[in-house]
Design a protein around this ligand. Structure first.
Ligand code: SF4
Ligand code: SF4
Length: 80
C-alpha cells in the first residue's frame, strides 16, 4: 500500500523526500502547502520516510485517525 504525506509537512516542505524516491512519485506546486505522494506510482520502498525531518510520511495503514483525509489529499493532487 502506498505511503502518504501528512500535515507535519505543511510549512516545512523542504523536499528531502523527493531526492530519494526511486520512482519520482513525490511532487508539489509553488502554491501548495506541502508535498504529496502519487498512490498509483509509489512502490512502498520506505526510502522517503527515513529522510523526513518531521516524520510526516506514513503507510496509508498507519494514518492517525485525525489525519485519514490525507489519503484523499495526496491522491487528489495528482488528479487535478
Ligand atoms: S515509499 Fe518509496 S516509492 Fe513511495 S513515495 Fe516513498 S520513496 Fe517514493
Ligand atoms: S521530507 Fe518530510 S517535510 Fe520534507 S517535503 Fe518530504 S514529507 Fe515534507
Amino acid at each position: 500500500m502506498p505511503y502518504v504525506i501528512t500535515k507535519a509537512c505543511i510549512d516545512v516542505k523542504d523536499g528531502s523526500c523527493v531526492d530519494v524516491c526511486p520512482v519520482d512519485c513525490i511532487d508539489t506546486s509553488p502554491d501548495a502547502p506541502m508535498y504529496y505522494i502519487d498512490p498509483d506510482r509509489c512502490i512502498d520502498c520506505n526510502a522517503c520516510r527515513h529522510v523526513c525531518p518531521v516524520d510526516a510520511i506514513v503507510s496509508v495503514w498507519e494514518l492517525p485517525p485525525d489525519q485519514l483525509e490525507y489519503e484523499r489529499i495526496n491522491a487528489g493532487f495528482f488528479k487535478r
